[in-house]
Design a protein around this ligand. Sequence first.
Ligand code: FEO
Length: 397
Amino acid sequence: MKNTMRVTEDLYYIGASDRRIALFESAFPVPRGVSYNSYLLLDEKTVLFDTVDAAVTEEFLHNLESVLGARTLDYLVVQHVEPDHSASFARVLERYPEVCVVASAKAAVMLKNFFSYEGATVVKEGDALETGKHRLRFLAAPMVHWPEVLFTYDEVAGTLFSADAFGTFGALGGSIFADEVQFERDFLDDARRYYFNIVGKYGVQVQSVLKKAAALEIKTVCPLHGPIWRKDFAWYLQKYDIWSKYAPETQGAAVFYASIYGHTQNAAEILAAALAAEGVKEIAVYDVSVTDKSVLLAEAFRYSHAVFLSPTYNNGIFVNMEDFLRDLCAHGYCNRRYALAENGSWAPQAARLMQETLSSCKNMQKVGESVTVLSAVTTQNAQELKALAREIAKSFD
Ligand code: FEO
């Protein structure tokens, strides 16, 4: 049975959610599932905006056929060729062989490479498609999150089809609208994790499309994952602005530690308690060997300050901390204050090596002296950690 919802007068949600998926992109845990959004405009011409992941192809096709009824599909606008949105492309073409596929030049190449399809009508920034009552204007959104991405703006309805932008992990359950769910409570952490892990490396490009969006009168935002926005979008837009400027969202300290036998954890907890005693209100403590890297990444970007504590291992940084730091740097981590502590039973190296790794990140300010623990935390180490906490607390703006 079809499960579709009306978004605006002529627009229908025909996507579906996957709650069986364990890892999105084979990398990111999604315990709350994920939705693959697809939209169908019923005007004098019919227009499909993207397809869905292979996991929900059958539900999607059923929805598409049900909403179209006896009508045919006139246009398929391919905004993003990544397979979570294009896996059902060939099935749509099989069912509607006369459909006109509209895509950017780069998307046309990708459609050839993925599907051996060479019939796309190529559009570029500023081109428009008249569908009857509606007029669709295309905006280039390169690297949000692949180079071929297009946004589409319905000039008549004020609807922005925003591809991956403004999306989030988390299946849709019942309502498809952000104003009908507890977005801040139930989706914001997943939205931040989605942003920094999927799109975060491309903050400059996100800023560029935010500027384009600011010039539009937007009533509805239809992303390819997660709830649709039709109220209070400015609140979410501001989050995107903060995130894409690499500015901290929370004035506080995230304490990230790796620990093999508990001594570095002990140092991390002494430091966190000292931060609290110094009046730092927002503190989060993570064992990088336990918490998923995608959560660690989002939390590092969320906070203004970070403290990294690691044992020395094989004359290097402990492997899980090393992986985390490299992932942070690869995602453009910058503009933060940080402090370091290391452990090493005979040749501590981790602090120097962590600092070297972080030196590839822009505008990072080290706070205080690195603390060195030689096996177990001593009374002197505890004093050094408390002194470091004082320095960190003083460094807040
Ligand atoms: Fe949801 Fe970049 O794909």
